[in-house]
Design a protein. Structure first.
Length: 380
């Protein structure tokens, strides 16, 4: 630790006496010139005079399985590719120019598949846990695979998030993931797949009020005057409802808060039906209150239920960014990689865990033949 000293007073050039006061400290962080270590493993050669054959001592199995890149370097490549949206060309330049290591694009792709394999059991554990969750927020977004239309589904639980890529946007995906006996509550938008799943298997749903507001604003800007008036009325009621939600701390008790919400709901639904104009657009919107009023306002009667689906929408934004930068996946292996790394990135964010450290633990366990680390370990 270098010490900076003074030989004389910088003002009058007089003599100085050292004191016991704390020094002024300025810290500086720097990377080393070549931040890698090369290890050479040698299996000594032996000659058997009996069978006239040469034999070599075994190199550790984890070294053989890892190959040229060790677990930390392998995890770093996976981190740059999956969590930082880097292309293989960008990763190659970084390793070559900063780290001092030249690797081919094909070898980098092999390393990513090793990271993907190390996350397979971790992902499967979360997948199997989804049907037992009490609350799930679900959303989906378009996805391309070699130009073919796919769908990325996002399932956000209280302490983990799972992504699933599927060619279908229908309720069959919900059946495949959650089963036919799901007993929890789903937060979602008004898309038909959720309504069908809810109807067929009697699943409790909280439809997103933020999406409802968007549909109401569509009426506010509609060219038909009756639709505009109807939309403005509904929008004003929704603003009052959200005003109560955002003023929760002003209510002395939870009972009073929920009574105020219930009163705002009744005013909204009442006016929506009493002042309904005879237009198709307004009628379609009013039908939602008739057929699914409980599913729009379940957050009033059920504790710990959000009135919007913002949790899933926020989680799926990472996928939208990745999609814009990479233009989608290329085949089943790429789909599985994206599902797994997106799940790890989102879940580590929820649990305040380091994505890189988790990837390193997973890769090291994979090379050593140990059980994969769990993303459920912090959910007890």
């Amino acid at each position: 630790m270098p010490l900076d000293t003074l030989d004389y007073c910088p003002d009058c050039h007089g003599p100085l006496e050292e004191t016991d006061d704390l020094p002024r400290i300025v810290q500086q962080v720097e990377i080393v010139t070549k931040p890698i270590r090369v290890e050479e493993h040698r299996g000594l050669a032996y000659w058997c005079s009996s069978c006239q054959r040469r034999h070599y001592a075994s190199v550790p199995a984890e070294v053989t399985k890892a190959g040229l890149a060790g677990p930390r370097l392998t995890a770093l490549v996976g981190f740059l590719k999956g969590a930082c949206h880097c292309s293989f060309s960008t990763i190659r330049k970084f390793l070559r120019d900063v780290v001092g290591l030249t690797l081919s694009r094909s070898y980098l792709a092999d390393l990513v598949q090793k990271v993907s394999a190390s996350l397979a059991k971790t992902y499967q554990e979360l997948f199997e846990a989804l049907p037992g969750e009490a609350r799930l927020n679900i959303d989906e977004t378009g996805h391309r695979d070699w130009g073919q239309r796919m769908w990325t589904w996002c399932f956000r639980a209280s302490l983990f998030t799972l992504f699933r890529i599927d060619p279908s946007r229908g309720s069959d995906v919900l059946i495949n993931v959650l089963g036919t006996e799901f007993n929890g509550l789903i937060g979602c938008d008004y898309f038909s797949a959720y309504r069908k799943y809810m109807k067929d298997f009697n699943v409790a749903v909280q439809f997103c009020l933020a999406h409802l507001i968007r549909d109401v604003k569509f009426l506010v800007e509609h060219p038909v005057p009756a639709n505009r008036r109807y939309g403005k009325m509904l929008l004003e009621h929704l603003r009052k409802l959200f005003g109560i939600i955002h003023s929760r701390e002003l209510y002395a008790s939870d009972v009073g808060f929920r009574c105020a919400l219930a009163a705002a709901r009744d005013d909204l639904v009442g006016d929506a039906l009493v002042h309904l104009p005879k237009t198709i657009k307004a009628g379609n919107l009013a039908d939602r209150f008739v057929n699914h009023m409980d599913s729009y306002f379940r957050f009033i009667t059920t504790p710990n239920v959000e009135p919007t689906n913002n949790l899933a929408e926020q989680a799926i934004r990472f996928v939208a960014i990745h999609r814009r930068l990479t233009q989608g996946t290329r085949g089943p292996a790429g789909q599985r990689w994206c599902e797994r790394i997106w799940t790890v990135v989102a879940t580590c964010g929820q649990q305040a865990r380091s994505v890189f450290n988790f990837l390193y633990d997973a890769v090291e366990a994979f090379f050593q033949g140990r059980p994969a680390p769990s993303l459920l370990s912090d959910t007890t």
